[in-house]
Design a protein around this ligand. Structure first.
Ligand SMILES: O=C(O)C(=O)C[C@]1(C(=O)O)C=C[C@@H](O)C=C1
Length: 362
C-alpha cells in the first residue's frame, strides 16, 4: 500500500517563499504568554516560517511539567496574528486535534510516544478526516520502521496528503554520545520505501544537548532531509522542559547560517561520468563481497554436515567470541567503527547458524 500513498510536496503547504530546508522552530513547551511571544519574535527575526510550541507534553515521569494546556493555544493565535508565522503543535488524541484545529493551528505533529500506539494514531486520524492540514509523524521511540510507516498510512487513509516524517532518534538504555540513538539507517530506509515523503530532522531530541546540534543538523542535510524542527527558547537555561537542548533564536539563526547545503544530484556531465566510473568499481566490489560470503558459507555448511554426523551443537560460543574479538581488532586497524564490525559479523554468524540449522533438521 505504501507505494501508492498520495503525498503532497512541501510547496503545497501554503508557505510563502519556501526554502530548503524548511525550518520549524520554537520552544519545547509553551510556558507563559511572554515566553511564547518573545521567543516567537526571535524566531521570526531569524527568518523561520513556522513556529512550534508544545501545549500538551507527554513526559516520562509524573510530576514533571506536562504542558500548559489549551490556554497556550491562545498564545499561538497571538503569535500568528503578530508575526504572520504558521503555527505548529503536538497532538496525542482526538480532543487535542479538535482544540488545535478550533484555535487555527496550521500544522500538527504526532509525537514518538503516540506513534507507537496504533489505537491513538487511528483516533487522531479519524479526528482529522476531511481536513487539509499538514501532519508530521515522529518516529516511534522503538526502532520499528513498520510502525512509523503504519502511522503515515493511517493518516493517508483518511485523506491527509500534506504528510511528512520527523526523525527524532530512538530510545536506548545504552550510554551513547547523544540522548537518543539516531540509527540513521532507519530514516534512510524510510526514504527508500517512501521517496516522496518529506523527512524532517529533530536534532534537539536526537542529541538532548545543544552542544551537538550543529553536527547532527549538518549530517541530516548531507542525507538530504527536506526539513528541520529545532527547539528554541528566549531563555534556554530557564526552560521548564528540555532546558539543555534548547538554544536562543539568535544561536539558532547562526547554526542555520553555518549549514553547508549540498545538491542532491549533479547537473554536470563530467561529475556524473566520474561518479559513474567510481560506482562501477563499487558494483564490482559488491559482487566480489557476495562471492566471498558464498565461499565462506560453503565452509560453514560443510561444518554443519560434520556437526550433524558427530552430534555437535550448532552454536560454538567460544569460537564465535574469538571470531568477533579478532574481527573487531582487525576492523579497528582498517578504520571501521566497532558498531559496523559488530553488525556485520553478527549478521554473518546468524546466517551461518540458520543455514547449519536447516542442515541439522533436514
Ligand atoms: O566454527 C564453527 O563451529 C562454525 O560452525 C562456524 C561459525 C561461523 O560461521 O563462523 C558458525 C557457528 C558457530 O557458532 C561458530 C562459528
Amino acid at each position: 500500500m505504501s507505494k501508492n500513498l498520495k503525498i503532497a510536496e512541501l510547496s503545497a503547504w501554503s508557505i510563502e517563499n519556501i526554502d530548503r530546508p524548511l525550518i520549524i522552530g520554537g520552544p519545547c513547551s509553551a510556558e507563559t504568554e511572554e515566553q511564547v511571544l518573545e521567543t516567537a519574535r526571535g524566531i521570526k527575526a531569524a527568518g523561520i516560517p513556522i513556529f512550534r510550541a508544545g501545549i500538551w507534553k507527554p513526559r516520562t515521569r509524573p510530576n514533571s511539567f506536562e504542558g500548559i494546556g489549551a490556554q497556550g493555544l491562545i498564545w499561538l493565535q497571538k503569535v500568528k496574528a503578530e508575526t504572520g508565522m504558521l503555527t505548529a503543535t503536538e497532538v496525542a488524541n482526538a480532543k487535542h486535534v479538535e482544540l488545535a484545529l478550533g484555535a487555527g493551528v496550521d500544522i500538527l505533529w504526532i509525537g514518538a510516544r503516540t506513534t507507537v500506539n496504533p489505537f491513538a494514531v487511528q483516533e487522531i486520524a479519524d479526528a482529522l478526516r476531511g481536513k487539509d492540514i499538514p501532519v508530521l509523524v515522529k518516529n516511534p521511540i522503538n526502532p520499528d520502521l513498520e510502525l512509523w510507516i503504519g502511522a503515515i498510512e493511517r493518516l493517508s487513509a483518511v485523506g491527509i496528503t500534506k504528510l511528512a516524517a520527523i526523525h527524532r532518534g530512538f530510545s536506548t538504555y545504552q550510554k551513547l554520545k547523544y540522548r537518543n540513538d539516531p540509527q540513521w539507517q532507519i530514516p534512510i530506509e524510510m526514504k527508500r520505501r517512501l521517496p516522496n515523503l518529506p523527512m524532517f530532522c529533530d536534532p534537539s531530541h536526537i542529541t538532548g544537548d545543544r552542544a551537538f546540534l550543529d553536527e547532527v543538523t549538518q549530517k541530516s542535510m548531507d542525507l538530504n532531509y527536506e526539513g528541520l524542527i529545532i527547539e528554541s527558547h528566549c531563555k534556554p537555561e530557564e526552560a521548564w522542559s528540555d532546558a539543555k537542548q534548547q538554544l536562543t533564536p539568535k544561536s539558532l539563526e547562526e547554526l542555520l547560517a553555518n549549514l553547508v547545503l549540498r545538491d542532491p544530484e549533479a547537473d554536470n556531465e563530467v561529475i556524473n561520468n566520474t561518479l559513474g566510473e567510481l560506482r562501477h568499481l563499487i558494483d564490482d566490489f559488491d559482487q566480489k563481497l557476495l562471492e566471498l560470503l558464498e565461499n565462506r558459507m560453503q565452509v560453514a555448511k560443510t561444518i554443519g554436515h560434520y556437526k550433524k554426523e558427530n552430534n555437535i551443537t550448532v552454536l560454538q560460543n567460544k569460537r564465535w567470541g574469538q571470531i568477533l574479538e579478532k574481527s573487531l581488532e582487525n576492523g579497528k586497524k582498517k578504520g571501521f567503527s566497532e558498531q559496523f564490525i559488530n553488525n556485520l559479523f553478527k549478521a554473518i554468524h546468524q546466517e551461518s547458524i540458520n543455514q547449519q540449522e536447516d542442515i541439522m533438521n533436514s
